[in-house]
Design a protein around this ligand. Structure first.
Ligand code: F6P
Length: 365
């Protein structure tokens, strides 16, 4: 039976979103269904009339999957259950979204989002009796029940490439280079890129560092290690010695992280006398063309999401496990936050390579 499906991207963009959209549209088309792209995430559903457009395979041609960003647009603000109003109050606008989705007469929606937006969308789906399948995307890789989310691989590749470019200039000038990367409260990007990019120190929010240990590591490299430079990667939500994160407070209780790299750079410079420079990588981790891994996973996720709808399996999230696409209950995926665990095998790998986390477990090699 022919179906009408809606596809939306929600939360921060990342590489690979367009590849998911393309795969879902192609699969739906092959089944003889119609696909509609909802524009600007929940924002597009909070208008008087829903913002959407029909998506044909020709709209998602071979160039689209190579592009970062999302052709549908997205938003990472304006929680419809507590929407910030101009007078400073908040309003529950969830029913406006549900009404607009009903106007579109969709059989189901494919919601591509991170943990926050998937939680909001699931709540909307439950309240409105809307059939929904989730696709995990986030450079932070903090969604549970999936080994990896769309966008993470590209972000790690960009951060690794940045380290490849920082190393020669660090060596040329005898400097300590500090690279601040994104990731919110999870240190996955810093951990993976730190190992792949051959850093000396990885600082992540999950592992408490001490400046003494951190600085001792730098001194050892410079004084006894026979090396004139060092590379340090810092995840954006790492705290200062006073236990504060460096962030700007935004509306709706959101935080924009940024600045811990400069703090760490200054501390290293003061204690070791090394010349230090700081690079804040920022949104280049999100906007670049997706890596082959992200394209591959996005393709598998988009196809599987539509197949779940064909089978009438809703309230599920597609996931990546053991080199394959699977699906899990969406409720379980959003129930837990997947940060880096202290016994993560990559933490062990890093330590075994002599990389310091600035903590007591380091052997100052
Ligand atoms: O969640 C993805 C992410 O890129 C985080 O790593 C980062 O802290 C945040 O979004 C940045 O958000 P914005 O694009 O609103 O500045």
């Amino acid at each position: 039976m022919s179906k009408k499906i809606g596809i939306l991207t929600s939360g921060g963009d990342c590489a690979g979103l367009n590849a998911v959209i393309r795969a879902a549209v192609y699969r739906a088309h092959l089944l003889g269904w119609e696909a509609y792209g909802i524009l600007d995430g929940t924002h597009g559903l909070l208008q008087d009339e829903p913002l959407y457009r029909k998506l044909e395979p020709k709209d998602c041609d071979v160039n689209v999957m190579r592009m970062g960003g999302t052709i549908l647009g997205t938003t990472n603000k304006g929680n419809p259950f507590a929407f910030p109003m101009p007078d400073g109050t908040t309003k529950d606008r969830s029913n406006e979204i549900i009404d607009n989705l009903k106007k579109m007469e969709l059989d189901a929606i494919v919601a591509i989002g991170g943990d926050g937006s998937l939680s909001i969308l699931r709540k909307l789906a439950k309240q409105g009796g809307i059939n929904m399948v989730g696709v995990p995307k986030t450079i932070d890789n903090d969604i549970a029940c999936t080994e990896v989310s769309v966008g993470f691989d590209t972000a790690v590749s960009v951060a690794t490439e940045a380290l490849d470019r920082l190393q020669p200039t660090a060596a040329s000038h005898d400097r300590v280079m500090v690279l601040e990367v994104m990731g919110r409260d999870a240190g996955h990007i810093a951990l993976a890129a730190g190992i792949a990019g051959g850093v000396d120190v990885i600082l992540i929010p999950e592992i408490q560092y001490s400046l003494d240990h951190l600085n001792q590591k730098i001194k050892n490299i410079m004084q006894e290690g026979g090396r004139n430079f060092a590379l340090v990667i810092v995840s954006e939500a790492v705290k200062t010695l006073e236990g504060e994160s460096r962030h700007t407070a935004l509306a709706e209780g959101r935080k924009r992280y940024g600045g811990i790299g400069h703090y760490i750079g200054e501390k290293i410079s003061e204690a070791t006398g090394s010349e230090t420079r700081v690079t804040v990588l920022g949104h280049v981790q999100r906007g670049s063309p997706p890596t082959y891994n992200d394209r591959l996973m996005a393709a598998a996720f988009g196809v599987h999401a539509v197949d779940l709808i064909a089978e009438g399996k809703y309230d599920r999230m597609v996931a990546w496990k053991n080199r394959s696409v699977v699906d899990v209950p969406l409720k379980e995926a959003i129930a837990t936050y997947q940060d880096v665990s202290f016994d993560d095998s990559l933490v062990h790998t890093a330590r075994a390579l002599g990389i310091s986390f600035g903590d007591l477990d380091d052997k100052y090699k």
